[in-house]
Write a protein that binds this ligand. Structure first.
Ligand SMILES: *Cc1c(COP(=O)(O)O)cnc(C)c1O
Length: 490
């Protein structure tokens, strides 16, 4: 039986609030501001609480179970971050407050900029971008302006490896760059010969993800950067995979020009169900003047009696403001807390354990599932989600069947260069026992694929919503769950 919706539960006249009698004269709402007939469910407070509590329990979350969603770094979000971000001094400030009343917040932003510079080896950082993709937009805007300023206006090509995340070509295309795909070689690295052929005076830059989305560290990173620089281009580093590198490798040290971070991946700020992310961007010294306006700087040095004075500063050749106010400050507080709690040693430990966990799973699964690039992986790896002897089982069936065992599925059908891809990223926060349970389930599903394939085709069996018709969902969008009455615009 279908579960009742809030509209089925509605009883005319039932209410959860009682307003006092008004002590001012009643006036009509201005025309055009209210709908004459708005169908809202009429329910008591208890029923509303039960409704929301019940739907909150239908979601899967990192706080409920293993979430090996490759490329997304679904690590545990330590609760101390939440506590700190809710301190009144952080939570209750207004972005338009005079700067001398928010010196603590500015100190935090400045220090986070410094921490990120040190972690990745760069000279300057903006905290403004709201996500990795917006960081890419900032990076490509900077690349564009840099070439314009040098009169290099014929540089219109952006090279994007064929393993790249979809946001890379999208960001470049939004800026009007010609997106040129760059093939990978048979070890999963950028194809050096192809790169050389494409590196000429039309080259604006290369968007380079390392480790790439196969979970592989590009063995030729130094050569790749050198080739692009010699041709006059810039290298944009997609830093979404920094979790593998913390304390071990700094992209700035090998000459990468620009890099975005995903605070909501590497630095444990929540992915927030589509809510605020944060994608700070770091640049080398020669690009610092192009950063979005403003960055946080010291305007008066401190001494033993006075703390330094912080304020917002406009970089000389700035690409302009790209986000309202100062980015997602609550995320800056959480990431700052995470980094401060771990310290230098702790961050390196994160990367080492993330890589260890991924290699552990890869070793355990690679006999049963095909591993197309059989190398030591970094923080994630990509399997093929199909077998030649059971051709009607697909990656999607395996992913959906995992839900029956209370695991979130891996990323599937990405990267595009692996057939029926299953991209698995365990992160460092999972225990050996959880990894072993996941291995057991993956091996069991491989067996079920042969013995009881219908179990996989019909999965998931226990979720509130069974397998969605993805084609219908994409083609026949329903935005609203209740009937919309006409607006009173007369
Ligand atoms: C997640 C991701 C992005 C995009 O970041 P968002 O914060 O989701 O916009 C870009 N590149 C890679 C490799 C990613 O994993």
């Amino acid at each position: 039986m279908a579960e009742p919706t809030v509209f089925d539960l509605s009883v005319a006249g039932r209410t959860g609030v009682t307003f006092p009698e008004p002590d001012v004269p009643e006036t009509a709402l201005p025309k055009g501001f209210a709908r004459s007939k708005l169908q809202l469910p009429e329910m008591s407070e208890l029923e509303v609480v039960r409704h929301f509590t019940s739907i909150s329990q239908k979601n899967y979350a990192i706080d409920l179970g293993f979430y090996p969603l490759g490329s997304c770094t679904m690590k545990y979000n330590p609760k101390i971050n939440e506590v700190v971000s809710r301190l009144p001094g952080f939570a209750h400030t207004h972005p338009l407050q005079p700067f001398d009343t928010v010196q603590g917040n500015l100190y935090l932003m400045y220090t986070l900029q410094e921490m990120l510079k040190e972690i990745a080896g760069f000279e300057a950082v903006t905290l403004q971008p709201a996500a990795g993709a917006q960081g890419e937009l900032v990076g490509t805007l900077i690349i564009h302006k840099y070439h314009q300023d040098r009169g290099d206006t014929q540089r219109t090509r952006m090279l994007i490896p064929d393993s790249a995340h979809g946001t890379n070509p999208a960001s470049s295309a939004m800026l009007g760059f010609d997106v040129v795909p760059l093939p990978s070689d048979d070890r999963g690295n950028v194809d050096i010969e192809a790169l050389k052929k494409l590196s000429d005076d039309r080259l604006a830059g290369l968007m380079f993800t390392n480790p790439n989305t196969l979970g592989l560290f590009d063995e030729n990173v130094c050569e790749v950067v050198k080739i692009v620089h010699e041709a006059g281009g810039l290298v944009y580093g997609d830093g979404a995979n920094m979790n593998a590198l913390l304390g071990v490798f700094r992209p700035g040290d090998v000459g990468i020009d620009i890099l975005h971070f995903n605070l909501h991946k590497t630095f444990s700020t929540p992915h927030g169900g589509g809510g605020p992310g944060s994608g700070p961007v770091a640049v080398q010294a020669h690009l610092a003047d192009y950063l979005p306006d403003p960055v946080v700087g010291i305007v008066e040095e401190g001494d033993q009696d006075h703390a330094p004075l912080y304020d917002f500063i406009t970089p000389a050749k700035t690409i302009g403001r790209i986000k309202a106010f100062h980015g997602h400050f609550g995320m800056h507080v959480r990431a700052f807390t995470y980094i401060a709690m771990l310290g230098q040693e702790g961050l390196r430990d994160v990367a080492e354990k993330a890589v260890l966990n991924a290699n552990y799973l890869q070793e355990k699964l690679k006999g049963t599932y095909t591993l197309p690039y059989d190398r030591t992986c970094m923080h994630e790896f990509v399997l093929e989600g199909y077998w030649k002897d059971v051709p009607d089982i697909h990656a999607l069936d395996i992913a959906k069947r995992l839900m029956d065992y209370n695991f979130h599925p891996p990323t599937n059908y990405f990267p595009l260069i692996v057939k029926e891809a299953l991209m698995i990223e365990p992160t460092e926060t999972e225990s050996r026992e959880t990894l072993d349970r996941f291995v057991d389930v993956m091996l069991k599903i491989a067996e079920e694929a042969r013995t009881e394939p219908q179990l996989l085709h019909d999965a998931p069996h226990n979720t509130p919503v069974r397998r969605a018709d993805e084609l219908k969902a994409a083609k026949d969008l329903v935005f609203c769950c209740y009937p919309v009455e006409e607006w009173d615009l007369k």
